[in-house]
Write a protein that binds this ligand. Structure first.
Ligand SMILES: *[C@@H]1O[C@H](CO)[C@@H](O)[C@H](O)[C@H]1NC(C)=O
Ligand SMILES: *[C@@H]1O[C@H](CO)[C@@H](O)[C@H](O)[C@H]1NC(C)=O
Ligand SMILES: *[C@@H]1O[C@H](CO)[C@@H](O)[C@H](O)[C@H]1NC(C)=O
Ligand SMILES: *[C@@H]1O[C@H](CO)[C@@H](O)[C@H](O)[C@H]1NC(C)=O
Ligand SMILES: *[C@@H]1O[C@H](CO)[C@@H](O)[C@H](O)[C@H]1NC(C)=O
Length: 630
């Protein structure tokens, strides 16, 4: 059996092992190069004048020949590519007992007699590519017992002959049928092909493959079934292909892949599944593929299911990459800066507000509350940054585990809690101001109890919004863990309908409602302020106006942050593809920058705060001055 392993097999095996560009054309070139050591002088008595002869090889490529010319009978290679030969009559080559290589590519051969190749007992390679061959008659390859290499590239074959090919050509090693019109693969057609190492069936119209079609191909190394119409393959189709190193099933309208479909591929190194949607994907599917180094998917998110490969394409979804949780180097740094700025700023404001007594205690309470909520966003970002560092360089090994982990769920819900409480608090504070300013004489002021109640209510509501997705795995699936940053900002195909409605309800319902309320309140407030400013001049009123002005900036920045998110949500609802890069920027930059800015806008830029600081400094200076005077 080992004798069947030709030079080609070794080359093929070698190249496939080293790199993954081992589509058969590369192997093809490599093999042709190994065979050119024959003599340069012509050793043939007879050959057409237009042709070239070297050793016992004749080259008549591209000479406009209409029929196969007559040459000396001991010719070993005959090249007739790119001529205008239209048919191959019976016994055409019968004299050429020593012929090993016959090239008939790029002619116009339509009809081939079933005895055309008779007598070619020594033929090893036959090239019939780029002709219009529609049918191979039964028994046509009868005498080609030594044929190892057969190319039928770019013809119009509709069937592989029902009776096994390989009964006639037991040593067939390389079968190239790319670019034909084959629609079914019958179990019997390739039954005896035990020596086959490469089978290329790319660009056909294969819809069904019978069970057992590949069952005798224990030596097969490269199988290309890409660009066909295969919807489903029998679960045990690949059972005997233990030696396969490369499989390409890309560009098929596959509807289902079985969990154990790839179980026999212990030696598989490259698996092409481009453009295939795999809703049932699981780690189990690729578990047996211990030697797999390259895998090609439709989407990056599938990469996490084959944690042990060396390379997975596509390499990134914009959020995470094969190597890192955060794909973008700028954002990997920025996540820490933002996290730190948020935490520091908000904690600072909370402290400041606690130390300096304020003119409006309820307002202070609400602001502290807001700072707490914003601070949670910083905590979320710290965790994202920390896990990014933890998985540095080998994220894909952990991707699936990470997204399904409790940590991811928890920090995702933390971010959700933070944004929702922040939005609701801002709305609440705006409405409060609104009532004060628009109805100044009604003397409406929220009491301490009332404020406390509202704040507690908002927090509880925010908490519920954040944890509801945990309740029902059936409806929500893995709600938070759908990308590396654990934040459910955009929909995708694998999202459950329940989860999608929920996100839409939150981001486009609650948040948009809050936003509209805020805008409405501010419009009315400023309208009302302008109207009354000319008449009334009360100190309380002035105070309210300064607060309102300051507040406007906060809400303005908030709106600037939230509008992109509304847009994103709407776009994903109408199923516009949104790149992960945009989502990552929104999650790490736009969403939290709001939390980082709020404390600055609240406290540091306000005039009362500045006055207070000035006052403090003055007192300090006076004290210092007093000490210095003896
Ligand atoms: C075959 O090749 C030999 C040289 O190798 C040559 O002398 C002879 O004429 C050729 N033709 C036939 C029919 O043997
Ligand atoms: C096919 O043959 C024609 C001449 O018959 C030539 O002009 C053309 O370049 C050839 N095509 C290829 C791909 O070799
Ligand atoms: C076969 O056909 C395809 C599509 O028509 C073409 O792209 C390819 O170049 C052809 N192959 C050869 C070797 O001519
Ligand atoms: C798989 O087939 C597709 C379509 O023919 C091709 O684009 C891709 O490069 C192939 N993948 C590999 C790894 O050969
Ligand atoms: C990987 O391939 C080698 C030989 O090619 C084989 O010995 C080994 O068992 C394979 N690994 C696994 C995990 O199957």
């Amino acid at each position: 059996m080992m004798a069947h392993l030709t030079a080609f097999t070794y080359v093929a095996a070698l190249i496939t092992i080293i790199v993954d560009n081992s589509g058969w054309p590369h192997l093809f070139d490599a093999f042709l190069k190994t065979n050119i050591q024959e003599s340069k002088e012509c050793l043939l008595g007879k050959f057409p004048d237009v042709c070239h002869c070297k050793g016992r090889r004749v080259n008549c490529n591209n000479k406009g020949l209409l029929v196969v010319p007559s040459v000396s009978s001991n010719v070993t290679a005959l090249e007739l590519n790119s001529n205008r030969i239209t048919s191959l009559p019976p016994d055409l080559f019968i004299r050429y007992r020593n012929l090993e290589r016959l090239h008939l590519q790029n002619n116009s051969i339509k009809a081939i007699s079933n005895r055309a190749f008779s007598g070619l007992y020594k033929l090893r390679k036959l090239f019939l590519g780029q002709n219009g061959i529609t049918k191979l008659k039964a028994g046509i390859f009868r005498d080609l017992q030594n044929l190892e290499w057969l190319s039928l590239l770019n013809n119009s074959l509709k069937h592989i002959p029902r009776k096994s090919f390989c009964l006639e050509m037991p040593r067939l090693n390389w079968l190239e049928m790319e670019g034909n019109m084959i629609s079914t693969l019958q179990g019997s057609s390739l039954q005896e092909c035990t020596a086959l190492t490469v089978l290329a069936l790319r660009r056909n119209q294969i819809q069904s493959i019978e069970e057992g079609t590949f069952s005798s191909m224990q030596r097969l190394i490269d199988l290309d079934l890409s660009v066909n119409r295969i919807q489903e393959m029998p679960p045990s189709l690949f059972r005997n292909l233990q030696n396969l190193k490369q499989l390409n099933i890309s560009n098929n309208p596959m509807t289902h892949i079985y969990d154990d479909q790839f179980d026999s591929f212990v030696n598989l190194q490259s698996l092409g599944m481009e453009d295939i949607e795999i809703p049932t994907i699981s780690i189990r599917m690729f578990r047996s593929l211990g030697n797999l180094s390259h895998i090609y998917f439709k989407k990056f998110e599938y990469c996490g299911y084959s944690p042990n490969v060396r390379s997975c394409k596509p390499n990134t979804d914009g959020i995470s990459s094969f190597e890192n949780l955060l794909a973008n180097i700028i954002l990997r740094v920025f996540v820490w800066v933002v996290a730190f700025a948020i935490c520091f700023g908000n904690v600072f404001v909370i402290c400041l507000r606690s130390c300096i007594p304020s003119e409006n205690r309820h307002h202070t309470m609400a602001i502290k509350s807001l700072c707490c909520a914003d601070c949670l966003m910083g905590v979320y970002l710290f965790f994202i940054g920390a896990f990014d560092v933890k998985y540095y360089g080998e994220y894909n090994r952990h991707a699936q585990m990470w997204m399904e982990s409790l940590q991811c769920q928890l920090i995702g819900s933390l971010a959700m809690l933070s944004t929702e409480v922040s939005v609701m608090l801002l709305t609440y504070m705006t409405l409060e101001k609104y009532l004060c300013i628009v109805f100044p004489f009604h003397n409406y002021r929220a009491g301490r109890k009332q404020t406390l109640f509202s704040l507690v209510f908002i927090w509880i509501l925010g908490f519920m919004i954040a944890v509801i997705p945990f309740w029902d795995k059936q409806t929500f699936g893995n709600y938070y863990g759908r990308n590396g940053v654990c934040f459910p900002l955009h929909s995708e195909l694998m999202e459950r309908p329940g989860a999608r409605s929920y996100s839409t309800g939150i981001f486009l319902g609650l948040n948009l409602f809050a936003f509209v309320m805020i805008v409405f309140s501010y419009t009315s407030m400023f309208y009302s302020v302008r109207k009354t400013a000319k008449t009334a001049r009360q100190s309380i009123f002035d105070l309210e106006v300064t607060i309102a002005k300051r507040f406007f900036f906060i809400v303005f920045t908030d709106a600037m942050c939230w509008i992109p998110i509304f847009l994103l949500r709407i776009l994903s609802l109408i199923q516009v593809e949104i790149t992960g890069t945009i989502i990552l920027w929104v999650v790490i930059f736009i969403l939290p920058i709001n939390s980082a800015l709020n404390p600055i806008l609240y406290t540091i830029t306000t005039s009362s705060f500045q006055e207070r600081i000035k006052l403090c400094l003055q007192i300090k200076w006076q004290q210092v001055g007093l000490k210095e005077i003896p």
